[in-house]
Design a protein around this ligand. Sequence first.
Ligand code: PLP
Length: 389
Amino acid sequence: MKSAALSTSTERLPERAAVIDLAAIRHNVRQLVQLAAPARLMAVVKADAYGHGVLPVARAALEAGAQWLGVAHVSEALALRAVSIHAPVLAWLHTTDSDFHAAIAADIDLGCSGWELPRIVAAAQQQRKTARIHLKIDSGLGRNGCTPEDWADLVNSARQAELTGSVTVVGIFSHLAVADEPSRVETDEQIAAFTMAVARAQQAGLRPVVRHLANSAGVLSRPDTHFDLVRAGLAIYGLSPFADQTSTDLGLRPAMTLRTLVSVCKDVPVDQGVSYGLNYRTAAPTTLALIPLGYADGIPRIATGGPVRVNGVTYPVVGRIAMDQMVIDLGEAALVASGGSVIGAEAVLFGPGDDGEASVDEWAAAAGTINYEVVTRISPRVPRVYRNV
Ligand SMILES: *Cc1c(COP(=O)(O)O)cnc(C)c1O
């Protein structure tokens, strides 16, 4: 329905566009809100909403029932406040240069794994405000988060800071390592470590109102990870975190369609080399079509073989993907069927699949990566266009 509208719409799209269906975002958020209830949903909109465009996505997610927004950087959180989004926003990945002053002034919740606490306290005291913090325990992922050994010190220090009025511990959180493989026991171990950390925090006198552990995979496959709040990113964009389940299997609708127009179409003889390195050679006289998207647009250079749909047929990319362009081999039969030329025809790399176009997952497979990376890397050179605003 949405992608049919792409080709028939009278409204002109930019010649290259990532078309974002906000109705799909709202649908996915509603699904996740239901699934997570009574836990609440934090829509994770870091990295420009995984390439979808943070402001329209944040607004759509809040409209559809998300009660929190989550980002990695303080700067990403400040950008939300700058456009008058007042929902609770958590930022969790800091450096010693992160602007805690601005974050506290803007009522942004700050993740805290240890070293940040004295700096947050100092920034809060300077402006005579109470900073809202979420203490992070490393329950097994081995990245950010306080180690279990240092946890008692952290919760005691946080409690002291609460008593002076400089912080309030709103939440305790952690991040899952293997929830995309729902049967792995490490998730059970993480739940146990997390539960223990929460108990220790309570013993120290902290009264966190939100305990949160689940990412998209946890929300979708492990109700025992939901606690009070879930942090979903990938699933709100309609993509599956699981290798063996599609978006459709999960009741999700992919929100991004990546499309352009065929820019050149020409007949070539047998043994024509194609693109840098001449790694592909035509096996017979054929017709080549040039697709004006390349690695500067965020299409991985390694993804030769990735699918491009033109006039209802899907063709693999042949030869190397270049900075601005890539080539598909239409073959003789397709050329006859299209009446000679496909110049100006819409070329769709991926979309929700309603028109038979490929999925983000097929591009991820061609690039040896995951769907997260494909959408997140679509570059600023590709305009984002919004449907069902
Ligand atoms: C990115 C991120 C999420 C969202 O993960 P998805 O797999 O996209 O749902 C949740 N929590 C933290 C801490 C993250 O960094």
